[in-house]
Design a protein around this ligand. Sequence first.
Ligand code: SF4
Length: 350
Amino acid sequence: MVPETEALLTWYDRHKRRLPWRDINDPYATWVSEVMLQQTRVETVLVYFPRFMAAFPTLKALAEAPEDAVLKQWEGLGYYSRARNLRLGARQVLAEHQGRIPSDPKVLRSIRGIGDYTAGAILSIAYGLPAAAVDGNVIRVISRLRGIRENTAVPSVRRRISDLVEALIPRDRPGDFNQALMDLGATVCTPGTPSCERCPLREHCDALAAGDAEDLPLLPDRKPPREISWDVLLIRRGPRILVRQRTEAMLRGLWVYPMAEGRHTEKTLYAAARRLTGLTLAQLRPVTEARHVFTHQVWLMRIWSAVTEDAVPDGGVWRFVTKEEQASLAFPTAMRVPNTLSFDPDVRSI
Ligand code: SF4
């Protein structure tokens, strides 16, 4: 065993985080947890994972669940295509592999939503196979450990990092090794200033010796997110409020209130709302403002309330829902402020 690997595993045996998706030897649970952990903090997943597994305890239960029910369990986690793909992947495994998650790397990567990282995690953690699982944490640790001073977004540099991980993976504990790297990246070799004084790899670390750990990994400059203004409408009709299930690629399947892009005056918003929903509104008035930051966009929302007496056609994109119906739908976090106001009696216009 290479000395770096030995040092890391000894550290892991002493410091590993106790997490509900560890030590359960179930490829389905590993799959769910690894998908949830992408782009999401462990503390958040600690809340969502047990709830999700209680709702869909087996791959079959997930495959047979309606998309709406899966999105509801994912509500607030963000990056909702992960949930849609997880469900579609489960359906594919059920239809094409008798419900058994494949252990052949190539076949596994052909499943919807399973990329190199998730495949590596499932293969090593659930099946004990020596596959690398390279995420942002691992890229950071390996760049520093091996002194990779090139743009890590470049595919050839990524491949090199993956090869370097593979050279370190021990045959007998590949899952523990990958999880140890993840834990080290999350708790010791952190972004910004790492805690090198308590790192098991410090004797082997190129960046520590060179004094540039804080500058690694090298990443391309990110464009600042684009700001988009929206006028969001809370339109009541008696005890119901108007909502729409999104069909756009972003947040597809989630529910939102009517949103008119741009900044309107009260007068132009009446017309914009009519174009958008087909409804004639009354008592339109501004309520508050809210802001939501996505990775590539910032939504600057002005929230309005209004009433209407018009109905919407059955089977169309718009639906008037009661408070109870609204609570059963999955809304993105961007709708948190409108959601809290939607049935607020102080916001009622009539
Ligand atoms: Fe990261 Fe420091 Fe450990 Fe190097 S010594 S791997 S920079 S924590």
